[in-house]
Design a binder for this molecule. Structure first.
Ligand code: 5GP
Ligand code: MG
Length: 175
C-alpha cells in the first residue's frame, strides 16, 4: 500500500466487480439507444475508462472539464468550467460520469449546463456518493451509484489530492 494511505476503503476487486455491474445495468437500461457518455475531468477518467470498456451496447464519449476544488481538500463552493464538450448534445441520450457526489455543487452545475444544450435525456452515474456532505438545497439524485461512503477524504482510482494519487488502483483514505 502507498505510504500516504492509512487504509483501503474500496479494493481493486470490489471496484472491478461493481463497475461491471453498473455497465451491465446501464447497457440494459439503454438497450436500443446510442448513449453519449460525458466524463467529468479529471477525477472520473479512471472509473469512466473501466465503465466504458464494460458497456455491452454501442455508445460514444466526450469530456467536460469542471472543478470545484482548488489545491485544498474542501470544496471552493464555485465551479470552474475549463473545457466544454465538443460533441453535439442536442437530441442525445446523455450519461454524465462523475467520480464523487459530495456537496453536489459540481453535478448540479454540470447538469444545468448540459440541460441547456437540450439532450433527449440526461442521467448521472457516480462512482461514490457521500450523502452526509450534501449542500442544503442540492438534489441531483444520480441514477447510478457505485458505492455510498462515509464522509472521508478519499484518493486513488482517479481521485487526487493536489493532483497526486490518481494512479492508485484502489480507493484509499489519505493519512
Ligand atoms: P462537489 O461539487 O460535489 O462538492 O464535489 C465534487 C468534486 O469534488 C469531485 O468531482 C471531486 O473532484 C472532489 N471531491 C469531493 N470529495 C472528494 C474526496 O473525498 N476526494 C477527492 N480526491 N476529491 C473529492
Ligand atoms: Mg471532480
Amino acid at each position: 500500500m502507498h505510504p500516504d494511505i492509512s487504509s483501503v476503503l474500496i479494493s481493486e476487486e470490489q471496484l472491478r466487480v461493481r463497475v461491471k455491474e453498473l455497465a451491465a445495468q446501464i447497457s440494459a437500461d439503454y438497450q436500443g439507444k446510442h448513449p453519449l457518455f460525458v466524463c467529468i475531468l479529471k477525477g472520473a477518467v479512471v472509473f469512466f475508462s473501466d465503465l466504458f470498456r464494460a458497456m455491452k451496447i454501442d455508445c460514444t464519449c466526450d469530456f467536460l472539464g469542471a472543478c470545484s476544488y482548488g489545491a485544498d481538500t474542501c470544496s471552493s463552493g464555485r465551479v470552474d468550467l475549463y473545457k466544454d464538450v465538443t460533441e453535439q448534445i442536442k437530441g442525445r441520450d446523455v450519461i454524465v460520469v462523475e467520480d464523487i457526489y459530495d456537496t453536489g455543487i459540481t453535478l448540479d452545475f454540470v447538469k444545468t449546463h448540459l440541460q441547456s444544450k437540450q439532450p433527449a435525456s440526461l442521467s448521472v452515474c457516480v462512482l461514490l456518493d457521500k450523502p452526509a456532505r450534501r449542500k442544503p438545497g442540492i438534489d441531483v439524485r444520480p441514477e447510478y451509484v457505485g458505492f455510498t461512503i462515509d464522509p472521508y477524504f478519499v484518493v486513488g482510482y482517479g481521485l487526487d489530492c493536489d493532483q497526486e494519487y490518481r494512479h492508485l488502483p484502489y480507493i484509499g483514505i489519505k493519512k
